[in-house]
Design a protein around this ligand. Structure first.
Ligand SMILES: Cc1cc2nc3c(=O)[nH]c(=O)nc-3n(C[C@H](O)[C@H](O)[C@H](O)COP(=O)(O)O)c2cc1C
Length: 188
């Protein structure tokens, strides 16, 4: 065996960490899946920060479907999916999301959001509202205080890595046990 479980874990952590500094890193965009009433809901969001100990930060609008899904789920459960095409590396994580709206965490992040990006969170109508045409979106200057801006803090409890290689595919599951990640190899 050419790679150990801790090395495989570190390989994924290194790529996720690299995405913090590189806006074009493929892990910068992540698919987050939530539990809607009868069907899973998935969408791409930007990963704002990865921390090996803390988890993943993302931003959204608290009027969005994903927020409603998370808020109405008893464990605020979500899954994340990352895919690195050049390294043929897939990372799947399962965990819980803490929602921060109009609190100190949301306010601190809102200050760092560039003005052009703030517009995404100042629409008068809620995201997903039916409109006549794309120009019909109205922005409300009163919302520039970040009323609807939300920080999603995803804390994983398990993560599955899959790397497709020409010679030997690698697949492993890791669970967070007593604050350390314990892994097992799996049949790919
Ligand atoms: C590349 C890309 C990045 C995106 N980043 C975000 C994001 O950071 N936050 C967000 O709420 N939506 C983001 N979106 C939009 C979501 O994919 C989705 O369309 C929107 O949030 C509504 O999802 P929902 O109705 O399931 O909540 C992004 C979409 C794309 C294609």
């Amino acid at each position: 065996m050419s790679i150990t479980l801790p090395e495989f874990w570190q390989l994924a952590v290194a790529e996720l960490t690299r995405a913090n500094a590189d806006r074009r890193h493929p892990f910068r965009n992540v698919v987050i899946a939530t539990c809607s009433i009868n069907i899973p809901g998935m969408r791409t969001v930007v990963m704002r920060k990865f921390d090996a100990g803390q988890g993943v930060l993302m931003y959204t609008d608290c009027r969005s479907q994903k927020f409603q899904d998370l808020q109405s789920h008893p464990e605020q459960a979500a899954s994340l999916l990352f895919w690195h095409p050049k390294k043929n590396l897939q990372v799947r994580m399962q965990g819980r999301v803490t929602l921060s709206v109009e609190d100190e965490i949301a306010k601190a992040h809102w200050l760092k959001v560039p003005p052009v990006s703030k517009r995404s969170y100042t629409t008068a109508q809620a995201p997903g509202t039916i409109i006549e045409n794309p120009e019909a979106v109205e922005h409300d200057a009163a919302l520039e205080d970040g009323k609807y801006f939300t920080v999603l803090h995803f804390q994983p409890h398990s993560a599955e890595l899959l790397q497709l290689n020409r010679e030997l595919h690698l697949r492993a599951i890791f669970h967070l046990e007593n604050e350390t990640w314990q892994g097992h190899w799996l049949v790919p």
